[in-house]
Design a protein around this ligand. Sequence first.
Ligand code: SF4
Length: 335
Amino acid sequence: MKPDIRNLTRTELETALTGLGEKPSHAAAVFLAVHRKGAADLAALPGLPERVCRALSPAFLLAPLPLPERLQTSRDGTKKMLFRFEGNAPAECVVLPAKDRVIACLSSQSGCACGCTFCATGALGLKRSLTPAEIIAQFEACLKEAGTLNSLVFMGMGEPFLNWENVQKAVRILSDSRGRHFPQAKMTVSTVGIIPVIEELTYSDLRVRLAVSVVAADEEQRARLAPMEKTYPLKRVLAAVRDYCRIRKALVMFEYILFPGVNDRPSDAALLARLVGDIPCRVNLIPYNPPGGPGGETPRVKEFQLELINAGVRTYLRVERGADIAAACGQLASQ
Ligand code: SF4
């Protein structure tokens, strides 16, 4: 089967055009036609000489972008879309309208292999990683629903750093000046702590922002909630993050889901503050939403926040959205 041209970055397209005996500079016009103008026929791309289209058509496919199978709207305006990609691989994306901006949350994989015990996606296991075109399809669907998007987060289904090659390509395609030109600095990639990719990102030319899911500061507890702790222990993850921040002069976001009575004790806040105190960061606190429905704030949420702030840690309490349609953090399971 011919490769889908939507999966190619501009650099890859330039190489392909050279291989076909055409000028690599045509890649810009191809990108514009495919990713911005929504061209549907590779044999008649607007703005390109017929000869170039004739060279591309036998080599590539321009498949229509997959459309969502279902759209749900939450009471708070959050929209969740379910895609069923090739091979019956489900994946969901979410549009989160806030007061002054709209955020799209995209999936990088159908299911997830990481097995975090609190996460509905983790319970599915991994079906497969998504292609760049499938990630772009989610972006386009979110853009169509929202009209405009201000930031993108890779915090949907899957561990983006276990599909880094394709996520990275999707980032390059979406941010390309001849494509959607969406700023990389407005994209956040969230990981449970895949150290080799954090290290790779440290030296990469990509400008995306990094978010790391702490889960629990105590290592035994973290291992129970996020089995990836056994492969990539938090202490080593934080060492990689420290280097990332120092070398890139960047700030990292830590995500911390508060499980009542599990990781929200004063001792947990103190340990967390000790672990991240020397890292330029912001800790996003997220009240836990069980897979079955909204969780909501416990009295400890605000106390925990205050304990971190008093320990000198910049902390933000995330207002969870879309819990009534299972679109909140940890709830995506293509139900
Ligand atoms: S929390 Fe993230 S890394 Fe863990 S199972 Fe869910 S999707 Fe995978």
